[in-house]
Write a protein that binds this ligand. Structure first.
Ligand code: SAM
Length: 317
């Protein structure tokens, strides 16, 4: 899906047109607004609309034809048109979420995506370089191009890398030139202590509940990969920089508390840390109420970890 979009300028133009209409209408994917144009909302969210409506919203018959030819738009049995992806719209920024995927390579967007976007808006106040580790759709990285000179978006899966590249294509030329997308393991290959802001929504679901999806699987307890993201994030952090990391915080009956222990080690090295508990944990019910799948688990909560590196902290962690 994303590769097809990237290889066809008219299809990119059609999605950019649709995004422009959505932004002009004040649409935001994370806010339900009954006053919105029903056809606009349908097309954006992957529902079918009449062909003349689709043509108007995508920038004209030529653009619709390009979308149909590339497979980005599909004509159903009743002659109605729908997109093979949802358009994500938030904070003047666009991205796509493909509707279908091969097993294991889902391009993730969910409630925590919007939490990360809000935290990026709050803590990412601007500067030289930012990085989004495990970028998924690329929405948050694309947003940060409005505030940072350069933003790197990394991901492990080819499907996410290609989809984040679409988010880059949907930016205006100036912001587009500020974003690069890199396929790598977390931040491997990126320089130490070079980033003023590191954001990440790390995989935090225990393997037993992740269904084989790379976007969710955080290792046996879910903490293993999240803590590797934290350690990489801190390695990348420039003096006075900030890490914003979403993950789970688990406590076990033998006294282990892996996230709290990692943060305590960082404080002993001079970093300042904060933990914000995600309110209304219903969407994160794998940790609360506690499932029996994780042996010895006493409690779990979804959190945002914020790590500040003062100007004179040691460069080792
Ligand atoms: C929970 S999703 C978050 C996606 C996106 N940041 C968001 O908030 O919508 C986690 C992301 O991390 C990526 N990922 C998983 N393991 C990774 C690794 N070792 N290195 C880089 N990215 C990884 C997944 O492909 C997925 O896109």
């Amino acid at each position: 899906m994303a590769d097809t979009i990237l290889s066809d300028a008219l299809t990119v133009g059609a999605l950019r047109h649709l995004g422009g209409v959505a932004l002009a209408a004040g649409y935001a994917s994370n806010i339900e607004d009954a006053a919105q144009d029903a056809d606009l909302v349908s097309l954006i969210t992957g529902e079918a609309v009449e062909p003349d409506v689709a043509s108007g919203l995508l920038g004209g018959p030529e653009c619709l034809a390009a979308c149909l030819a590339s497979g980005v738009a599909i004509c159903d049995g009743e002659g109605r048109i729908r997109l093979g992806c949802s358009l994500l719209v938030g904070l003047d920024t666009l991205a796509i979420e493909p509707s279908a995927h091969q097993p294991g390579s889902r391009v993730y967007s969910g409630p925590d995506t919007w939490i990360l976007l809000e935290k990026a808006w709050r803590f990412g106040l601007g500067g030289g370089r930012a990085v989004d580790l495990g970028t998924g759709t690329g929405l948050v990285a694309a947003f940060l191009t409005s505030r940072y000179d350069h933003v790197t978006a990394t991901d492990l899966t080819p499907s996410s890398v290609a989809t984040a590249a679409v988010a880059r294509e949907l930016l205006d030329p100036v912001r587009r030139s500020r974003m690069s997308v890199l396929r790598t393991d977390i931040g491997h290959g990126l320089p130490d202590h070079a980033f003023d802001l590191v954001v990440s929504n790390a995989p935090w679901v225990p393997s037993s509940a992740a269904g084989g999806e790379v976007c969710a699987d955080g290792g046996p307890t879910g903490q293993e990969l999240s803590l590797r993201f934290l350690s990489e994030a801190v390695r990348l952090l420039a003096p006075t920089g900030v890490v914003v990391l979403l993950c789970a915080d688990l406590r076990f009956d033998d006294g282990r508390s892996p996230l709290a222990e990692a943060l305590s080690r960082l404080r002993s090295l001079g970093y300042a840390t904060e933990v914000e508990v995600t309110p209304g944990q219903g969407s994160f019910s794998f940790v609360d109420p506690v499932p029996n799948e994780l042996e010895g688990l006493v409690s779990g909560r979804h959190v945002t970890v914020i790590v500040h590196r003062p100007s004179l902290t040691p460069s080792r962690h």
